[in-house]
Design a protein around this ligand. Structure first.
Ligand code: FES
Length: 106
């Protein structure tokens, strides 16, 4: 399916099992893609606190814990949930699609 110019196909929904997070590199973007209860969320992969990759972290519900210093973010809006992080993580708007995880171009 052709994608609208303002949308980017990130991966197939089947690539991300429910309750899991994967890293996807797309052009200049390094992303973490999450699947929670049938819904998909996309954030930057690199933690705002340091060199941790959120795709290597621990996902519990809508909260991702960075495995570097155990900072936490809400993947729905990027808000910091636990220190030492102080800067929210960038989130991307997921566009509804039957089989693919699509985001609006940032
Ligand atoms: S690098 Fe993620 S909490 Fe420090």
């Amino acid at each position: 399916m052709a994608e609208a110019s303002n949308q980017i196909e990130i991966c197939a929904k089947d690539d991300v099992s429910d309750g899991e997070v994967i890293r996807v590199d797309k052009g200049d973007l390094e992303l973490a893609v999450y699947h929670v209860d049938g819904a998909f969320y996309v954030t930057d992969n690199m933690c705002t606190h340091g060199p941790g990759e959120l795709s290597e972290g621990y996902l519990e519900g809508h909260v991702i814990e960075c495995d570097f210093h155990q900072g936490k973010f809400d993947i729905r809006d990027g808000a910091v949930v636990a220190p030492p992080c102080i800067t929210k993580i960038k989130t991307y708007k997921v566009v509804p699609h039957d089989t693919a995880v699509m985001i609006e171009a940032p």
